[in-house]
Design a protein around this ligand. Structure first.
Ligand code: GTP
Ligand code: MG
Length: 453
């Protein structure tokens, strides 16, 4: 059946905006080859080209004027990214040239692709499933080694294979129950209720172990938000600068130096930490400082980890600690005592002791950050990882439906009720890989992509 969404031939610039060595224009659909061929002059006609071949030639506009000399690559359906005929034109990396080629193509019955439409077509043409399509975006946007590995493993289908396996076992059980329902008058039991419960429990356990990977999955995909907070002048900005190895934030001996939240990222062993240096917290009359402190509070609310910095000479503030505890969203608060270079004995101090001036204690702080971020996760690169909140919720719903099914069995409810729950659970699992899906879900996913992907 022809999907109406796939009838148009689409075109977009696939490389980032701006000047570069090369700019790539991507065309997909059944008119890709004839339309690209109509503006291309090379040694041979690309209409006769074999799949996966590269051709040198010139692109001309509708008045036969030269736009640029290019390399044009032909991929024939179904052996392309989208599963359709695809042509990629590599021209000189000037956005003006790219735009001229696009304008010329648009005069020939092509249209500009929607965000993510190439990948959406790859999904609709069954080149990849939905979880893999989502991984494409993660692979492109990963900013740390660990998140790239996680995304890569999802793109390779590790999560999909796990979910498909669970869904298939579920469908198998469901078919047995449905068979029983077909013979309802005869009250046959094709599977002992005990065995049925055992099988459902086994699936629930596997779903739970996937759910358990989410904390770690989210950390490696999105990084960890760290708020650096404390009273004025304790050395918050000095710590930020030390971690960044540059003088990013203004440091001074005047309390109340930092007013805005300063955001910067560091990577510790491949894990991304998003640091937020904030205004020192104290009671103030100054309107700008009051606004700064309000922003500090927001940073605490959004943080996964809070570094509460104290100055070794002023000591730890129990009041501030209690205040922060109320503000955080279940984030861990790590107490850090700074300026230990000023004293000779640090034994009586709370938490991790550092000097943002000399760097002493900072390796221990980083180790602790990493330990808290990863929790107790025991993750091997070869196991499936849940890092996407949509997948997480689908798994939770599947687990709930299966728990209901198990309960219905133990209460000896009719097979029909059990079948409904099993069917629901299978559908929730199907949503992850896109076996079962709605237009809204697809729109929501692909609208977050960039154009040309
Ligand atoms: N001796 C010593 N001085 C430090 C250390 N860390 C920071 N300082 C000094 O403490 C003063 C305040 O440092 P900042 O980093 O600006 O402190 P802050 O917490 O960001 O202050 P506000 O932005 O005003 O809240 C500066 O004079 C720093 O040079 C340290 O580890 N040892
Ligand atoms: Mg500061």
């Amino acid at each position: 059946m022809i999907n109406p969404l796939l009838e148009d031939t689409i075109v977009a610039i696939a490389t980032p905006n701006g000047v570069g060595a090369i700019l790539i224009i991507r065309i997909s659909g059944n008119k890709a080859i004839p339309v690209a061929g109509s503006i291309f002059k090379g040694k041979s006609h690309i209409t006769d080209a074999r799949s996966h071949t590269v051709h040198y030639g010139k692109i001309i506009d509708s008045q036969d004027n030269l736009i640029d000399d290019v390399l044009l690559t032909v991929f024939k359906a179904p052996n392309s990214y989208t599963g359709e005929d695809v042509v990629e034109i590599s021209c000189h990396g000037n956005p003006l040239i790219g735009q001229k080629i696009i304008d010329t193509l648009l005069k020939r019955d092509l249209r500009i692709a929607e965000p993510g439409e190439f990948t959406r077509r790859a999904f609709l043409n069954s080149k990849i499933d939905l979880a893999q399509a989502e991984a494409v975006m993660d692979v492109v946007s990963s900013r740390s080694e660990a998140s790239l590995k996680g995304a890569r493993n999802q793109l390779d289908g590790l999560l999909s294979a796990n979910v498909t396996g669970l869904r298939n076992s579920l469908l198998e059980i469901l078919s047995i129950i449905e068979l029983e329902l077909d013979f309802a008058d005869e009250e046959l039991e094709f599977m002992k209720r005990e065995d049925l419960t055992k099988k459902i429990t086994a699936i629930i356990e596997k779903i739970e172990s996937l759910l358990d990977t989410y904390v770690f999955g989210r950390v490696i995909r999105d990084g960890v938000n760290v708020a650096i907070v404390g009273k004025p002048n304790v050395g918050k900005s000095s710590l930020l600068n030390y971690l960044l190895k540059e003088s990013r934030a203004i440091v001074s001996e005047i309390p109340g130096t930092t007013r805005d939240v300063i955001r910067e990222e560091i990577s510790v062993d491949g894990i991304l930490f998003k640091l937020h240096d904030t205004a020192g917290i104290r009671s103030s009359e100054n309107l700008i400082e009051i606004e700064g402190i309000r922003r500090s509070n927001d940073a605490v609310k959004n943080a996964d980890l809070v570094l509460l910095i104290s100055d070794i000479e002023q000591g730890f503030s129990e009041d501030l600690f209690e205040e922060l505890k109320l503000l955080t969203n279940q984030a861990r608060i790590i107490s850090v005592t700074n300026k230990i270079d000023l004293v000779s004995d640090i034994s009586a101090n709370k938490g991790i002791c550092i000097s943002a001036l000399t760097g002493s204690g900072i390796p221990i702080l980083l180790k602790e950050l990493k330990r808290l971020a990863l929790g107790s996760a025991n993750y091997s690169e070869k196991s499936a990882l849940v890092s996407n909140i949509r997948h997480f919720h689908c798994l939770l719903s599947a687990k709930d439906a299966l728990s209901n099914a198990r309960q219905s069995i133990s209460q000896k409810y009719s097979g029909e009720l059990v079948a409904i729950d099993l069917r629901n659970a299978a559908d929730f699992l199907g949503e992850i890989i896109g076996e079962v899906t709605s237009e809204d879900v697809l729109n929501n996913i692909f609208s977050k992509f960039c154009i040309g992907k």
